[in-house]
Design a protein around this ligand. Structure first.
Ligand SMILES: [Zn+2]
Length: 132
């Protein structure tokens, strides 16, 4: 009895660690480095200049809140398209919170949650904001 439960425990332990290791290693092997994706020193300079010109989070501005932006976000995901990557009309300043929450949700579901001070959805693609 002891041997059986011990081996079951050992099997779960080994499987768990193999999954953790795979989860750790796969993103490293499948994803290009940030510099290969365009985020090099040229980007760091462009990003800093953009944040100096546009220092406030655009999503918080829609809520009439003044929050310092720390991320230059690509409005339309560039997905490796360098023309779109460097097109500053496709950039927006966001705080880290907005980038990590609103933006990630937008990329996953195509929707942004929340309303502005007038009670209207902040998502420009919400059907209330689309002209008929
Ligand atoms: Zn924000």
């Amino acid at each position: 009895m002891y041997c059986f439960s011990y081996s079951v425990y050992w099997c779960i332990y080994i499987t768990r660690n193999a999954l953790l290791l795979a989860g750790f290693l796969l993103p490293m092997t499948n994803r290009e480095s940030s510099s290969k994706r365009g985020y090099d020193s040229r980007w760091q300079k462009a990003r800093a200049a953009y944040l100096r010109k546009h220092p406030l989070c655009i999503e918080h501005s829609k809520l009439s809140q003044v929050i310092k932006a720390t991320v230059v976000d690509h409005i339309k995901p560039h997905r490796g398209d360098m023309l779109l990557f460097w097109d500053s009309s496709n950039w927006q300043s966001l705080c880290k919170h907005c980038h990590d929450s609103h933006k990630q949700r937008l990329e996953k579901t195509g929707q942004i949650l929340g309303c502005d001070v007038a009670g209207l959805p902040i998502d420009n693609n919400h059907h209330w904001n689309l002209k008929r």
